[in-house]
Design a binder for this molecule. Structure first.
Ligand SMILES: NC(=O)c1ccc[n+]([C@@H]2O[C@H](COP(=O)([O-])OP(=O)(O)OC[C@H]3O[C@@H](n4cnc5c(N)ncnc54)[C@H](O)[C@@H]3O)[C@@H](O)[C@H]2O)c1
Length: 303
């Protein structure tokens, strides 16, 4: 198949549904051979089914592409290792990893139980770290063998992780962690030919069509379906391709027809006494600085 990912092998986690499925189909349509990974959980992350991963792989094959399913849990070391091994054993190479799998368990902070904290932080943060680490080990070995790759990692954060989101403390903390992981990985892995970026998508999937039904609905008039998951995928495909050479350590928002580069933390207004403050002086200094700061976007859902 021709396309900007021709000859490349890409592993996508959470490829059985929603955004991951759209990314997998779009990657295959641009010539990538795809490892479609999905544990097949319910919306809260429990249960397992091989069906979603198999269905996406089959859909790609029916469209003339090449794909293999992976049905392990990518938030376990064995599952993450076997995702990467599936690419290497089936196709003999790995060029890109799209970390996307995850689920939410929304609660207000005062009601957020330890299990719901652990499960959500685990699937997003560990579920990004482990496949990334196994892929990175492969790419480092390639570089040491004199075959420096044009490798790519696309991580999935969220507006919740960038600005905060009421009722999603576990999810927002995990997704903010994904951004920090992206920055560190981009800095550490550049020497092995690996570029690492993140994107915050917005689209109609089972994660969003319940809580935001009206905003997510397709247009009745058959016009541009702004919230279709496939609208997010072109940026993912480009970032996974060799064409994105030189773009690393970036965070994007992608929704409908819009792509936005997110700007990171910068030092804002500052003052230096040249010696230790008293608490009262520190307070006065902060109150003088705050009116001069550039205001961040509001926390999602904040009153
Ligand atoms: N839909 C949105 O608007 C939106 C907004 C911001 C961020 N996101 C993020 O995008 C990603 C995809 O979400 P979606 O909306 O497509 O949800 P989705 O529920 O449609 O798809 C997620 C998939 O991940 C799989 N999965 C869950 N745990 C797994 C595990 N341990 N191992 C392997 N697979 C597992 C599920 O089986 C499911 O098929 C998530 O990381 C989500 O947080 C989505």
């Amino acid at each position: 198949m021709n396309g900007i990912c021709a000859g490349r092998v890409v592993a996508v986690t959470g490829a059985g549904r929603g955004l991951g499925r759209a990314h997998a189909l779009a990657l295959a349509a641009e010539g990538a051979r795809v490892v479609a990974g999905d544990l097949g959980t319910d919306p809260a992350g429990t249960g397992a089914s091989t069906e979603p991963a198999w269905r996406t792989a089959e859909e790609i094959r029916q469209r003339g592409g090449e794909a293999v399913a992976h049905t392990g849990d990518i938030a376990t070391d064995a599952g993450a290792a076997s995702l990467i091994a599936t690419a290497l054993e089936t196709y003999g190479r790995l060029d890109a990893l799209v970390n996307n799998a995850g689920f939410v368990r929304d609660r207000m902070l005062v009601n957020l139980g330890e299990d719901d904290w652990d499960a959500v932080v685990r699937v997003h943060l560990k579920g990004h770290f482990l496949p990334l680490r196994h892929a990175a080990a492969h790419w480092r070995a390639e570089t040491k063998a004199g075959r420096t790759p044009q490798a790519r990692v696309v991580n999935t954060t969220s507006g919740a992780g960038l600005l905060g989101s009421v009722g999603q403390a576990n999810y927002a903390a995990a997704k903010a962690g994904v951004v920090a992981l992206t920055l560190v990985a981009a800095a550490e892995l550049a020497r092995y030919g690996v570029q690492v970026n993140a994107l915050a998508p917005a689209a109609r999937t089972r994660m969003t069509e319940g809580p935001f039904a009206e905003a997510m609905a397709p247009p009745a008039d058959g016009g541009f379906d702004t919230m279709a998951p496939a609208n997010v995928s072109p940026l993912v495909v480009w970032l996974a391709s060799a064409d994105s050479d030189g773009v690393t350590g970036q965070v994007f928002e992608a929704e409908a027809g819009r792509i936005t580069v997110m700007e990171g933390w910068h030092p804002g207004p500052t003052t230096d006494k040249g010696e230790r403050w008293t608490p009262a002086e520190a307070g006065r200094a902060v109150r003088a600085l705050l009116p001069r700061m550039r205001l961040p976007g509001p926390v999602h859902g904040a009153p």
